[in-house]
Design a binder for this molecule. Structure first.
Ligand code: BG6
Length: 484
């Protein structure tokens, strides 16, 4: 199946922090791929802005190196790369002072979309917004893109929101959560709201519980300083897992448009119940062979920051009353796998003589690896010898459906940047959503800080601390297997 590429309008995209890690790893390679796919108009221009003293040709060389590093060789076409680099320019800028801002303004062309990507530390968000305003670049055509972490708690998120709102309207602010750009995450909405099959069962009458797992094999080496102030709750749960939870649990929006979708997500966040201390497990990975422990990686021998978290929460509304939502995420686990699993209730009565609880329908939505959807149904085990039942998956892998190796599936960043240019905010977080997520997260964090909880250690390559297993065992349930 060949995906349809709809070109976007001409644009000037400025990347503040244009020489930084995210720009080199994700943003610029993503833009190159969109150009190779034929989505970028000939007149589009990309301007890197940073502190470094380089010129346009130095910047182009840096971007060439980045693309050759982060995109496989056989996916790079030399001519396309040359013409991509021709669209690039560079401005040396002093984010806190006045240096370079007039040069930047001079480069912006009128009559097209102006997008400003703040790929910088959040402490600079307010300053950049204020400078753009001062140098007359915050007009109605301007859009700003900001990255997580969006605040450290509710108070700092509010302050950030205020600092942006002083110069930009909410319709001009694009808060990225790259999980929303993942193919399967959007497919989750297509599956829920494009089929009649699921909605009648999508409630506490038929759903036993829901599990959301984002397991990673990487540690925090290299970014320990950031991570140690953050931990899994702030780094993953407050944003990525929260977004997954919203999409799986929200009411059907009336339209697939930004405010209709975000209004429904907000209602879910506001209906989340507080997490009881005994419904919360925090963990920290230990030394394993020659692999360092979390505390080594974080260079903090007494750190109490969690690299793993598992919790149980509920959504206090009619649809989900009585349905536990179990969330789990961690670093250095057994395999890299992200999955949302909807575990349905057993049949009310088994006519086959087996305990009806022995079999369940499970809908598993796999974000990675091998994005796709699996539906477990109960069938008869083949062969003679009576009616023995077995659960088998109806498996739909998007890579198979969309072409070999899923090559038609754009990376989350590619899709989201193109949405910014199109002016579509559906897959971006609204300010009130982010604040509501912090309002739920803050008391949980305050609780463990007041109690002085120490995270449980777990072996690298395991499923996380034993206590996380107990969280479900106590409810007579079990986690889905973490498998790559
Ligand atoms: C980032 C977190 O937002 O998401 C990282 O800061 C995490 O700690 C990453 O590793 C996971 O993203 P993905 O797309 O690899 O699942």
């Amino acid at each position: 199946m060949v995906s349809r590429v709809i070109p976007v309008d001409p644009f000037d995209l400025v990347i503040f922090g244009g020489t930084g890690d995210l720009a080199r790893r994700k943003i610029l390679p993503g833009l190159y791929r969109r150009m190779a796919a034929g989505q970028m108009p000939d007149t589009a221009r990309i301007i890197g802005a940073a502190r470094g003293e380089i010129d346009d040709s130095g910047y182009r060389q840096m971007v060439r190196d980045a693309i050759q590093t982060f995109i496989p060789k056989d996916a790079i076409d030399a001519k396309t790369l040359d013409s991509f680099l021709e669209r690039l320019g560079y401005v040396q800028i002093d984010a806190k002072g006045d240096g370079g801002w007039s040069d930047l303004k001079a480069k912006m062309r009128s009559g097209m979309v102006h997008a400003f990507y703040f790929s910088v530390a959040p402490s600079l968000f307010g300053t950049l917004a204020e400078r753009l305003h001062k140098f007359d670049m915050a007009g109605p055509d301007a859009r700003i893109v900001v990255e997580k972490p969006f605040g450290h708690d509710l108070e700092s998120a509010r302050a950030l929101n205020d600092s942006l709102a002083a110069h930009f309207d909410e319709t001009q602010i694009y808060r990225i959560d790259h999980y929303l750009g993942k193919e399967t995450v959007q497919n989750l909405m297509a599956v829920r709201f494009g089929n009649v099959l699921f909605e009648p069962l999508w409630n506490g009458q038929y759903v036993d519980h829901i599990q959301i797992t984002v397991a990673e094999t990487v540690g925090v080496g290299g970014r320990g300083a950031y991570y140690d102030r953050s931990g899994a709750m702030r780094d993953m749960v407050q944003n990525h897992l929260m977004q997954l939870l919203c999409l799986i649990a929200m009411e059907p929006p009336s339209r697939f448009d930004p405010d209709a979708v975000r209004d429904e997500k907000l209602k879910v966040i506001r209906a989340l119940t507080p997490v009881e201390p005994h419904h919360l497990v925090r963990g920290q990975y230990d030394v394993s062979g020659t692999e360092p422990s979390y505390r080594d990686d974080a260079e903090n021998p007494r750190s109490r920051t969690e690299s793993f978290i598992a919790l149980k929460t509920h959504i206090a509304n009619w649809r989900w009353a009585g349905v536990p939502f179990y969330l789990r995420t961690g670093k250095k686990l057994r395999a890299r796998t992200s999955e949302i699993a909807v575990i349905f209730k057993p049949t009310p009565h088994s006519i086959f003589g087996e305990a009806s609880s022995a079999h369940r329908n499970i809908l598993s939505i796999r974000l990675q690896p091998n994005e796709g959807i699996e539906m477990f149904v109960t069938i008869k085990e083949p062969g003679p010898g009576g009616m023995r039942l077995v659960d088998v998956p109806l498996d739909m892998s998007f890579a198979e459906a969309l072409g070999p190796d899923g090559e038609d599936v754009p990376d989350a960043y590619e899709r989201l940047i193109m949405d910014v240019i199109r002016g579509n905010q559906t897959l971006f977080m609204r300010g009130d959503e982010v604040e509501a997520a912090w309002a739920w997260t803050d008391p949980i964090i305050a609780g463990w800080e007041t109690r002085g909880d120490v995270p449980k250690t777990y072996d690298a390559g395991s499923n996380g601390p034993e206590d996380a297993l107990m969280l479900l065992h106590r409810d007579n349930r079990r986690w889905r297997e973490i498998r790559g």
